[in-house]
Design a protein around this ligand. Structure first.
Ligand code: V0V
Length: 157
């Protein structure tokens, strides 16, 4: 019998509850939403503009799934040339930009990660989708992946 290495006491076992979303950087928000609807039947469950992050963003999922509960695809379009998404597209082209984990306590997990030598992008959580609180692990410390940590708003639990 193989032993489960994510035992009680490990960071992951205590904080991460699900893959919240996968983020795709796109130049044209409406075109990307329409493509996913027409080719995959995904529906736009939530949309907002986040001025601080410089993005127009939308959460897409298969019809019948629940936003905030099931895993979503996040469409991220830049609002200006200086934001993270614009820089990503300029360097790498459109495509997968981030993997986001849903967590129970973004501050506590960030503190434990910092203690373990992992670089977080922000000293304190910032405003994310649907009033969530978010932080990011630097891609150089995330195995080449920009990892977002998402603590949903209390009302979403
Ligand atoms: C950069 N690198 C990446 C990457 N972005 N690697 C994987 N995935 C990405 N998304 C690599 C890049 O190729 C460099 O590798 C290295 O990291 C350092 O890059 P840099 O020159 O510092 O690049 P910048 O200036 O573009 O900054 C990268 C970071 C930036 C990750 C610091 O994108 C950032 O602050 N991201 C967090 C905010 C964000 O992504 N907001 C948009 C989503 P080499 O060349 O040195 O090997 S907002 C959102 O998700 C919301 C609101 C939500 O979910 O609620």
């Amino acid at each position: 019998m193989t032993e489960n290495t994510a035992t009680a006491g490990s960071i992951t076992g205590r904080y991460v509850t699900a893959i919240d979303h996968v983020g795709i950087a796109v130049p044209d928000f409406d075109a990307a939403v329409q493509w996913h609807r027409d080719h995959l039947g995904l529906v736009l469950a939530h949309e907002e503009v986040n001025e601080e992050q410089g993005v127009r963003e939308g959460m897409l999922s298969p019809a019948g799934t629940a936003f905030g509960t099931d895993t979503a695809i996040q469409i991220l379009a830049p609002l200006n040339d200086d934001c993270a998404i614009a820089k990503f597209i300029a360097r790498s082209g459109p495509g997968l930009q981030q993997l986001a984990y849903r967590v129970t306590d973004v501050e506590a997990l960030s503190a434990e990660l910092r203690q373990a030598g992992v670089r977080l992008l922000y000293d304190a959580p910032r405003h994310g989708t649907a009033d969530s609180r978010i932080n990011f692990i630097h891609p150089k410390d995330g195995g080449g992946v920009l990892i977002e940590l998402v603590e949903p708003a209390a009302a979403a639990h």
